[in-house]
Design a binder for this molecule. Sequence first.
Ligand code: ATP
Length: 241
Amino acid sequence: MTAATLPPVLSLKNIVSGYGGLDILKGISLDVGAGEFVTVVGPNGHGKSTLLKTISGLVPLRAGSISIDGTEVTGKPHTVAGLGVAHVPQGDMLFPEMSVLENLLMGAYLAPGKAEIDRRLDEVYTLLPKLSDRRHQIASTLSGGERRMAGIGRGLMMGGRILLIDEPSLGLAPLIIEQIYGVIAELSKAGRTILLVEENPARVEDLADKLHLLDDGAIVWSGPPADLLAREELLATYLGG
Ligand SMILES: Nc1ncnc2c1ncn2[C@@H]1O[C@H](COP(=O)(O)OP(=O)(O)OP(=O)(O)O)[C@@H](O)[C@H]1O
């Protein structure tokens, strides 16, 4: 079978979710193939974080379906994590009084045993050597960039093949954003499947295979990042520039 005929590893069909009486996602469909890097861009508050939380089961699905490797999932967080989906949430969500190592180990709560935990830890330290240097440092004393790396490292400790990454550049200085995207590019090159949400399409121009533009809980445009960046009218209408 060629790559084009392989079933997607993650497939969303008409998903609807929200909070209280309000639907935030209003029927989203998208596929992510094995090893693909897909980005969803859109302005603040239009449902990007809700999309990732719905996939990982943190926000209940109201309609539609989510499939992983062709099998529909129930949406319970531990079930989704057990299928290899790791969520790197916005704002790191580290345990501030724990060390880097303790935070990383929290990510491996579903790992089958110590040997597998050690294997994942080695992999994280190889990819993110700074975390190895700072393994005994308390998380609250890390810099913003180091915290973001620890958040990504904890996601990798979940053993995820499919990474859901929520606005990794949020609140970071430009140089640090470059470093974080360098790490994400390495993960992609190493074959991880990535679904990332971001406000700024230029950040993923050279990285993403496919980009979806989200507006008010619906996908209004899909294509390669360079095509969106060339469409000034779309950028002005949906992203304010
Ligand atoms: N727990 C919640 N309860 C009620 N409303 C919520 C909750 N979380 C998010 N919302 C609302 O859902 C909408 C979409 O929020 P979401 O965080 O998904 O957007 P976003 O595109 O990721 O924006 P941002 O980049 O600012 O995080 C917003 O109007 C937000 O106020």
